[in-house]
Design a protein around this ligand. Structure first.
Ligand code: ANZ
Length: 934
């Protein structure tokens, strides 16, 4: 029988499914062994999109599957699940475009993708498959939202705590409410006291009921706020900053995005900035991803400094990273959105300022921050006092200062900040040097580096001749003493905008009362399911200023209105963003059927807590998480935040969700364009000599690009499986090169891997007689050595996920077997086991033909014999005075001395030398020994 991959692959896929081969047992379940080490290996789960998978998707899935299969054979209990991230824009847009309910299209897409995934022979525990849109799943997403809503970040504990504890602390007067509802430890503390402002600290019982509710609301981890949002009228939804491109357009669909104020749900991720940063030390992630997260969180150390406004009571508070340059401040800038703009602007400047502000707020932040753009701004007519020099500083409005960062106001030091320099040059403002630097003329360009202070002294304090670091310290201390400022750590990270104006998302477990009161549902009232609606399209509009409607505003009253305690409440009509479901799915996989808890405690502890004793700080969590680098700052940061909250509240055991992360590269393919520059389907392009032709038209080959819909260069795995078998596809994808690099796809090259498997088959099976070509004779010395060196190579490669070189080693061994009539059984069995994680179907088939009646999935991984890895021996002819007298055999790595004494000990050589003194021994390594004896 020939190697019939179609029959073999279908047979084993059915076998695995029927026998539950890859089902993992939880504590308390039958088959569970507590002392088995665990390994949790996870893929980033896909969106069930309408077009299904292309061959780029399985790159990571095949790699994790190899890990899972290898770890099982090494004796670990392996958790390897798969599911679908099915809420969100892509699923909804597909549904809207096709006029079918998203639940139906989502289900169809899931069925199709499951079929595709199963066809790849991936060893998932399909019993654990979950979909984020399933009410049994999203009920727990809503439950986690309630956890966020019902907790606050206790700064003393540095962790989230139940909101009830905040109320108790306020009632017991452990905490007071300061101005702006900030919490302070005692009425004498807080910034009010420092700046000499009225203290304004209030006790809990002095507050009205509404004020109390507001104070509590302002400290919940999930809260509502009216903020400037990125509104995309064409999509009918707000977008997170991360979903808006540098050009101020939507990442998805490339529609224009506008700024407008909107009352929205927010998650207070900023209070975790410090821990999200610090705990990156605990995880084994690629450095570029850690760097991206660090930059995103954006920690800056500096000072807050207060500047009094001339002739007014107002203080302008600025954040600066260079308090050492305070003497060089020559003007101040407020962001156009700054609340003091109105107050400080003089009558004569009012109109100009107004007009400028209105224009500025429509520009995207990225655009405003661009260094290359020329600076714009207007003078307010007001001045502030530099607290160290007493000088008057004109106050300007300029859009290069952002309201969302620091305090939204700056002291401008044109000599040492290039943006301020550009601005000062444009508007003729003075430039005063306060950091010495010979090589730069600060009138021409700013010197932003560190150095020694100059021109920086008043009657009380002098920074002159101090270094930048010393000066920062000295001036901040002085400001602190005078009640004019204090040190401050600032983060770029913003709170997470958590509402979307869409239908296809998790409903919030929230009710709004007739007087604007917010009521969270009780756990027992979950899940809140989406209402059945005919028209689920977003409320898109052309006009960015129209009042915002959501699809759920059209829901029937039977869903929208909730009567309780004699009042009529309305459900929250926004839905959660698509990131919600993926924030915690790795926890649900652990215990997907649990109806009592989002994850059972014992199961969570077993699968998440590692007992690695390698001496490194270790975060535990998922042992290996594989996915694309595009999720570096969104999904991975959001999931870490939720995990930390759950950890603080005692719901999960580890500080981090993903102990180790690996990013696979992209599969790329050529794309082709016609004469208009429009992409044509790459699969229809034929090569014709030097030219490329599609439907009779000559087309142009473009650069290699990421495989996908947009470049029309996708190749479906189904077609490849049909033509070559999925074992060949798996081998080919892994053989393309190191896993973390991008690589080019070429369908015609799969033949190479297909040939390897055909040859392997013929080494084991006589194609005519179907007889097994395996002998019980033990393998000879050379073959055994090669086998053990292959075990070592493949094992080492499994540990480092270097599957391309593992395959190369297996091909070499297979080539060695071709010349022999039969393969010795010990070699055959070991080879099948080594190949099985990568090409599992043919391996199972051969394993069965070798006489085993169980799947090889739990066979013990082969162990190499170190002794057999010792370098082989080499034979040296030995000449005496130019004539061959004998031969010696010695280890290849023997040194010259050993070779010499071995040659001299040889009897025939001794005879030839006789009584003559040995004058010289010449050793030509691996060739010959020549002895001169006269
Ligand atoms: C005075 C100064 C002098 C500054 C100097 C820099 C150099 P990072 O590192 O990004 O935190 N800044 C503060 N708030 C701002 C805002 N809302 N929009 C735009 N710029 C703002 O940078 C902090 C520095 O950026 C601050 O330090 C401030 O300018 C400016 F020689 O203050 B600096």
């Amino acid at each position: 029988m020939k190697y019939d991959f179609a029959a073999i692959e279908s047979k084993w896929q059915h076998f695995w499914q029927a026998n539950g081969t890859f089902a993992a047992a939880n504590p308390g379940q039958c088959g569970f062994e507590a002392d088995r080490p665990k390994f949790y290996v996870l893929d980033m789960f896909p969106y069930p999109s309408g077009v299904g998978l292309h061959v780029g998707h399985p790159l990571g899935y095949i790699a994790t599957d190899i890990v899972a299969r290898y770890k099982r054979m090494c004796g670990a209990a392996v958790l390897h699940p798969m599911g679908y991230d099915a809420f969100g824009l892509p699923a909804e847009q597909f549904a809207v475009e096709h006029g079918v309910h998203p639940r139906i299209t989502t289900e169809q897409n899931i069925t199709n993708m499951t079929r595709q995934l199963k066809r790849l022979g991936l060893s998932y525990d399909w019993d654990r498959c979950l979909t984020t849109t399933d009410p049994d799943y999203h009920r727990w997403t809503q439950w986690i939202f309630l956890q966020l809503y019902n907790s606050w970040f206790d700064p003393t504990a540095g962790a989230a705590r139940p909101i009830e504890q905040l109320r108790q602390k306020l009632e017991a007067e452990v905490l007071y409410v300061g101005p702006e509802d900030e919490l302070i430890d005692s009425p004498a503390e807080g910034l009010g006291a420092v700046t000499g402002m009225p203290i304004g600290a209030r006790k809990w019982h002095e507050l009205s009921a509404n004020q109390r509710t507001a104070v509590i609301a302002n400290h919940r981890l999930a809260y509502m706020d009216e903020i400037d949002v990125n509104w995309c009228p064409a999509l009918g939804t707000v977008l997170a900053n991360e979903e808006v491109t540098n050009e101020g357009r939507s990442e998805r669909g490339n529609h224009p995005v506008f700024k407008r104020p909107l009352r929205q749900w927010m998650l207070r991720i900023t209070v975790y900035a410090h821990r999200l940063l610090e705990d990156l030390e605990l995880v084994k992630w690629p450095d570029p991803i850690k760097t991206m997260q660090r930059n995103w969180i954006g920690r800056s150390e500096g000072a807050l400094v207060d500047f009094a406004v001339v002739d007014r009571d107002d203080l302008i508070r600025v954040f600066t990273t260079r308090p050492d340059t305070l003497f060089g401040a020559t003007y101040m800038v407020l962001a156009p959105e700054h609340p003091l703009v109105e107050d400080v602007t003089s009558n004569s400047q009012h109109q100009k300022v107004d007009q400028y502000c209105r224009q500025a707020v429509q520009r995207s932040e990225i655009d405003r921050a661009a260094e290359t753009k020329s600076k714009t701004g207007v003078f307010t007519g007001a001045c502030a006092i530099n607290p160290v020099s007493g000088q008057r500083l004109p106050i300007w409005i300029a859009d290069y200062v952002m309201m969302g960062y620091g305090t939204g106001a700056i002291m401008a030091v044109p000599a040492h900040d290039q943006r301020d320099h550009d601005f000062a040059r444009t508007f003729g403002l003075p430039i005063i040097q306060v950091v010495a630097e010979d090589s730069v003329d600060v009138q021409v360009e700013a010197f932003e580096g560190e150095g020694t202070c100059v021109n920086s002294a008043n009657d009380e304090v002098s920074l002159n001749s101090l270094t930048t670091a010393e000066a920062k310290h000295a001036i901040t201390q002085w400001l602190d003493m005078k009640g004019l400022g204090k040190t401050q750590v600032q983060y770029k990270l913003r709170d997470w905008l958590f509402s979307r104006q869409r239908y296809w998302g998790e409903p919030f477990p929230i009710l709004h009362g007739p007087d604007g009161e917010i009521v969270a549902l009780d756990e027992a009232e979950l899940p809140v399911e989406l209402p059945e609606m005919e028209d689920f399209a977003p409320c898109a509009s052309e006009d960015p200023n129209e009042p915002v409607q959501t699809p759920l505003s059209r829901a029937p009253d039977s869903w929208k209105a909730v009567d309780r305690d004699g009042k009529r409440y309305t459900r929250e009509l926004n839905t959660m963003p698509q990131w919600a479901g993926s924030c915690w799915y790795y926890l649900r996989f652990i215990d997907p059927a649990n109806s009592e808890r989002f994850v059972g405690r014992e199961a969570e502890q077993y699968w998440m807590v590692s007992d690695k004793k390698d001496g490194h700080p270790h975060a535990g969590g998922v042992d290996l998480y594989v996915g694309g680098a595009e999720h570096a700052v969104l999904h991975l940061l959001y999931a870490r935040f939720w995990h930390k909250v759950l950890h603080d509240l005692g719901h999960v055991s580890t500080p981090e969700p993903f102990g180790r992360l690996f990013n696979q590269g992209y599969i790329q393919a050529y794309a082709y364009t016609d004469e208009r520059g429009v992409y044509v389907p790459a699969e229809e392009v034929k090569e014709d000599g030097q030219r490329f032709v599609c439907n009779g038209q000559q087309v142009r080959q473009e650069k290699l690009g990421k495989m996908g819909k947009s470049l029309k260069n996708a190749v479906a795995p189904d077609e490849i499986c049909e033509r070559f078998g999925c074992d060949s596809l798996r081998l080919y994808e892994m053989y393309l090169g190191p896993l973390d690099q991008d690589k080019a796809w070429s369908t015609k090259d799969i033949v190479g891997q297909s040939r390897f498997l055909h040859r392997l088959w013929r080494n084991f099976v006589n194609e005519e007689t179907n007889e097994l070509l395996v002998s019980d004779k033990p393998a000879g010395e050379d073959l055994r050595r090669m086998l053990h060196s292959t075990i070592k190579r493949v094992t080492d490669d499994m540990e480092t996920m270097s599957y391309n070189t593992a395959i190369a080693a297996l091909i070499e061994l297979n080539n060695e077997l071709i010349s022999a009539k039969t393969t010795p059984r010990d070699v055959a069995e070991t080879m099948v086991l080594l190949l099985s994680p990568i090409a599992p179907h043919i391996s199972e088939e051969l394993w069965q033909r070798l006489g085993h009646d169980q799947s090889l999935a739990y066979e013990t991984w082969p162990i190499y014999d170190k002794a057999l890895l010792v370098q082989q021996q080499v034979q040296y002819p030995v000449q005496v005075n130019g004539r061959l007298r004998g031969r010696i055999t010695i280890a290849t790595d023997a040194d010259d001395k050993a070779i010499e004494s071995s040659a001299l000990a040889e009897q025939a050589v001794k005879d030839a030398i006789g009584d003559n003194p040995v004058r010289k021994v010449i050793i030509v390594r691996n060739k010959m020994v020549n002895i001169v004896a006269k």
